[in-house]
Design a protein around this ligand. Structure first.
Ligand SMILES: [Zn+2]
Length: 356
């Protein structure tokens, strides 16, 4: 064994290593990547544990209508409400979370937001990170717009709920977005009145149509310069944790991020590829053809390809999960738990060795 000798070069190296956490970790951070990599686009397990499972559980197929007849919600909209509420409850309550309806009336429309909260573990930390998506549609199946965003929120809740964070995570399905961002504006203004400390909000709105396989993600803020740092940061997160090409775009109006920005909260929209004039490239946008399965139960097609790209949806969701996990302050598994697990494993190995 060589004699321990402290050289100048060694000392400098040690100082650099010690300063690394202060300088900011190099991305991607392995602990965050390990969480984000649990996002699943599609799988064949019977459990409801993928984006596809959540999407397929909603009324999103040929002929379905998730909108309004006058001021009366269509049956598929009501079915979606119940399904989303039940999924969120099943995902969050075993881990200390809670789900509630936020009922409101806007221009005579009886709306209902569905709000899932996973409280932070640090009682002194009031910070909140919000992931939201609207679940109403324009009297069409609305699989991309916007059952896809809802499925992304549910898949994110499934993955993130199994970890502990210092800050609070909020998962919301908004009603009445298509009428003029009503559900989210009701939520955001109530949050402002309560004094909610929302550090950032992401609206997932249309995240399954991968235009000509471009693998592009638009990361948009509204007209508020206040959301520029969040927009730029999220672009870095998508570049670090997904193979998608992020494209930050200012001055994009028309989704629930605007309602939060109006209250002074940093907020961005994550969406499929847009044209230069900020309209979706999606050929089925706001059409009756925006469905998942056709009348024969077969996947919808566009240009010879499956309209719904689950690999793309997985990456679109993964970026949002990496952002929340990275921002909210991951609480490491307590050392006592590790010791306990090591002890159990050791005991098991010892018994095996003894032939028991
Ligand atoms: Zn939408």
């Amino acid at each position: 064994m060589p004699r321990l000798k402290v050289t100048f070069r060694g000392l400098v190296l040690a100082l650099i290593l010690a300063a690394l956490p202060v300088m900011g970790p190099a991305a991607p951070v392995p602990e965050i990547a390990a969480i984000a990599n649990q996002v699943q686009g599609a799988n064949s397990t019977p459990a409801i544990d993928s984006f596809q499972d959540f999407l397929g559980s909603l009324p999103v197929n040929y002929g379905d209508q998730r909108g309004w007849s006058g001021t009366t919600p269509q049956p598929h909209l009501l079915a979606a409400r119940t399904t989303i509420y039940n999924h969120l409850s099943a995902l969050l309550t075993p881990y200390g979370g809670a789900v509630s309806y936020q009922n409101f009336t806007y221009y005579g429309y009886p709306g209902r937001n569905i709000v899932g909260v996973l409280p932070g573990r640090d009682p002194g930390n009031t910070q909140q990170y919000v992931l939201g998506a609207h679940y109403d549609a324009v009297n069409n199946p609305g699989v991309s717009d916007n059952a896809s965003g809802v499925a992304g929120v549910l898949e994110a809740a499934r993955v993130l709920s199994r970890y502990a964070f210092n800050a609070t995570l909020v998962f919301i399905a908004f009603d009445l977005e298509e009428k003029g961002l009503w559900g989210s504006s009701v939520y955001a203004s109530a949050a402002k009145s309560r004094g909610d400390n929302i550090q950032g909000m992401i609206s997932l709105d249309m995240i399954v149509y991968n235009h000509v396989q471009n693998n592009r993600v638009e990361i948009c803020r509204g007209y508020d310069a206040n959301s520029t740092p969040l927009m730029n940061e999220l672009a870095l997160v998508y570049a670090d944790y997904t193979p998608l090409t992020p494209n930050p775009r200012p001055n994009v109006w028309g989704s629930d991020h605007n309602s939060f920005a109006d209250e002074g909260y940093p907020a961005v929209l994550v969406i499929e590829e847009l044209t230069p004039s900020n309209t979706p490239r999606n050929p089925y946008y706001h059409q009756s053809t925006d469905f998942y399965l056709d009348s024969n139960g077969l996947p919808n097609l566009y240009g010879g390809l499956e309209y719904i790209d689950f690999d793309y949806a997985e990456e679109m969701t993964r970026g949002a999960v990496a952002w929340m996990a990275g921002e909210a302050g991951l609480v490491p598994v307590p050392a006592a738990c590790l010791l306990f697990a090591t002890g159990i494993a050791g005991l098991w190995g010892w018994r095996r060795l003894r032939g028991r």
